[in-house]
Design a protein around this ligand. Structure first.
Ligand code: 5HY
Length: 244
């Protein structure tokens, strides 16, 4: 299973890989990667657009290597549908996975994410995934993504504080963490909060295993069929969809 961190932070990929391996079944090999080209962190629509190109190159390479599943380990689920178009194997986004898992164990959840400006990205996903009924509120901590790797004590305290407010004010049964870079904080947060805290990385790994276990691949009937063959020019020529 290829767990792709779409930003270029190797250390964040290590954090994500550790979380993925902590729940992977014995037969599951976690191959954690990140592009070497693109944004160090993804905190805007522009970051998402640019990181998606390198992300799709990783999926193309995975298809040549016969990968059996992919996880897009960024809470914006950037490039998810495009990745599904070029992949035979299942592709899971951590936001989609976390929200679905949360909705199965609680009727309402809140999302606690990084910067205020990224809330709209989560809101679009809540709507796209039909989660408006379950998602009580999207809260931002004001923490930059890469801060998650630096002054951890201060970061942990402010995430905990926002989660406590969500628990005490939002009438919810679970909290969804809004960044792949928060994967290592789940256990401590859950212990201190006394309610389920969902990390999308581990949720996506287990859901991907379930789809593989069911023998299900990305459907090629309809809009997720392979892109029709055509010629891409210039530096994107290698993206030219082949004739099948
Ligand atoms: C993430 N950005 O999971 C998102 C979080 C965010 O680089 N990895 C990133 O703030 O949208």
């Amino acid at each position: 299973m290829n767990v792709i961190n779409p930003n270029t932070s190797n250390s964040m990929t290590d954090t994500i890989a550790a979380a993925a391996r902590s729940v992977a079944s014995p037969g599951t090999q976690i191959i954690a990667t990140n592009p070497s080209d693109g944004p160090a962190s993804i905190e805007s629509h522009f970051d998402e657009a640019v990181c998606s190109v390198a992300l799709l190159e990783q999926v193309m390479a995975g298809e040549h290597a016969g990968m059996d599943a992919y996880v897009i380990a960024c809470f914006g689920d950037p490039g998810l549908l495009a990745a599904r178009e070029i992949a035979r194997a299942p592709v899971l986004g951590i936001a989609e996975a976390a929200m679905h898992v949360a909705s199965m164990i609680a009727t309402r959840f809140s999302i606690v994410t990084t910067l205020d400006r990224t809330k709209i990205i989560s809101r679009h996903l809540v709507r796209n995934y039909g989660m408006e009924h379950h998602c009580a509120r999207i809260r931002a901590t004001g923490i930059e993504v890469l801060e998650l790797e630096t002054n951890t004590d201060a970061v942990f305290r402010s995430i905990l504080a926002e989660c406590q407010q969500a628990r005490d004010e939002d009438d919810i049964g679970a909290i969804v963490l809004g960044c792949g870079g928060m994967a290592h904080l789940v256990d401590e947060l859950q212990q201190q909060l006394g309610l389920p805290v969902i990390d999308g990385v581990v949720a996506a790994v287990k859901l991907a295993e379930a789809l593989v276990g069911l023998g299900l691949n990305t459907s090629k009937a309809g809009d997720l069929d392979y892109p029709s063959a055509k010629h891409y020019r210039g530096k994107f020529a290698h993206f030219s969809p082949p004739r099948r």
